[in-house]
Design a protein around this ligand. Structure first.
Ligand SMILES: O=C(O)CCC(=O)C(=O)O
Ligand SMILES: [Fe+2]
Length: 357
């Protein structure tokens, strides 16, 4: 049989990221997508041709209450250039806060995983990257396979030795807290991971100190995250006595559980927010392969992740950031730039940190 290979571009017209970035941090900078249609950031100044309820802060429409919140919190303050676009006013995807309804963003076979495309605008992404790369070099901790910044304090098994999050981070964590409605109190810890195209993170479960809801904001290069069911994690969460009481039936139960729980992946596009909780937090490992080319044939959110890119007129831009290959059924992305993620979590037990770093 003839193997027909063709490729689909999902790249936009990418601009070089112009933030102050220490040399060597990024190869040619993190590219940012250019807006197609720009409007003033004075939210109440436009209304034409936008379906009701479709006022936007970027591609993802937001409600007025959010804009006001943003204005109040200064994220769209006086020196902010016009940045929001109404790329597709005819399509009005749901916002996370609509009816407080996160369910619209459920993806995959489990009810505890949510993918919110275009959670922030290009401009907000630039602002975040600016702040991240303006942090002192000493803020970065280098690991074998990535660098990270730790914000909010030191997490111990017994809790958080807390430090206040900077305002540029609370603007985003407060919005996640309010719009998701999943955290019992304000998010107080943010881990910022930086991945070069050939870097990833081993499959792991987040520590027991965290409340079992994770929100991951993605910036820069798209990436594929893998979720793997882990029966041992499940055993750990069950009563030990139950385990020993009847080994045989427990074995059968575990096998049945594994039959119902399959590995899957999720495509994380720039500016998207991934939220997972409960079962997905405690019974699955999550990780990112350290390869520049990542298959995404097993992703459960390809439609949601690529929809906006398909609709965007800049989709056919000549500069390519990501190429989505379709070789028969084998689909993959090429990671060409750095990815930054903000892992936003809550540690319930907090000890005020007396030491300043
Ligand atoms: O970078 C990511 O998307 C995942 C990060 C993560 O799993 C973590 O910080 O625990
Ligand atoms: Fe994690």
């Amino acid at each position: 049989m003839r193997d027909i290979a063709h490729s689909i571009r999902v790249s936009h017209t990418w601009n070089s990221f112009s933030a102050v970035i220490p040399s060597g941090c990024l190869t040619l900078g993190i590219p940012l997508r250019r807006h197609s249609i720009r409007v003033s950031h004075t939210w109440n100044s436009f209304s034409a041709a936008i379906p009701s309820g479709c006022l936007t802060s970027g591609i993802l429409p937001r409600r007025r209450s959010t804009f006001l919140g943003y204005l109040a919190s200064g994220i769209l303050s006086a020196n902010v250039p016009p940045s929001s676009d109404i790329s597709h006013p005819e399509s009005c995807p749901p916002t996370m806060e609509d009816e407080g309804n996160l369910n619209k963003f459920r993806v995959g076979p489990h009810p505890t995983l949510f993918y919110i495309p275009d959670f922030i605008t290009d401009y907000q992404q630039t602002q975040l990257l600016n702040n991240i790369y303006q942090a002192p070099v000493s803020k970065w901790k280098s690991l074998k396979n990535r660098r990270l910044q730790n914000w909010g304090g030191v997490v111990h098994e017994k809790g958080l030795l807390s430090q206040d999050l900077p305002t540029w981070l609370t603007r985003i964590t407060e919005r996640i807290f309010e719009e998701s409605g999943l955290f019992p109190s304000a998010i107080n810890h943010v881990l910022i991971n930086e991945y070069l195209p050939n870097q990833g993170i081993m499959p792991h479960q987040d520590g027991p100190a965290y409340f079992p809801v994770v929100a991951i904001l993605s910036l820069g290069s798209p990436v594929v995250m893998d979720f793997t069911p882990h029966s041992r994690l499940r055993l750990d969460t069950n009563d030990a006595e139950d385990k020993n009481s009847d080994d045989k039936s427990f074995e059968i139960e575990t096998k049945k559980w594994l039959d119902d729980h399959h590995p899957f992946s999720i495509l994380l596009m720039p500016r998207s927010l991934l939220i997972f909780k409960d079962e997905m937090f405690s019974e699955y490992l999550h990780g990112i392969k350290d390869s520049e080319v990542q298959q995404y044939d097993k992703v459960v959110n390809d439609i949601e992740a690529l929809e906006q890119h398909r609709l965007d007129p800049l989709f056919s831009g000549s500069e390519k950031a990501v190429e989505v290959m379709r070789n028969g059924e084998l689909r993959s992305i090429q990671r060409t730039t750095t990815r930054i993620s903000l892992t936003c979590r809550l540690v319930l037990k907090v000890h005020k940190n007396l030491f300043k770093f």
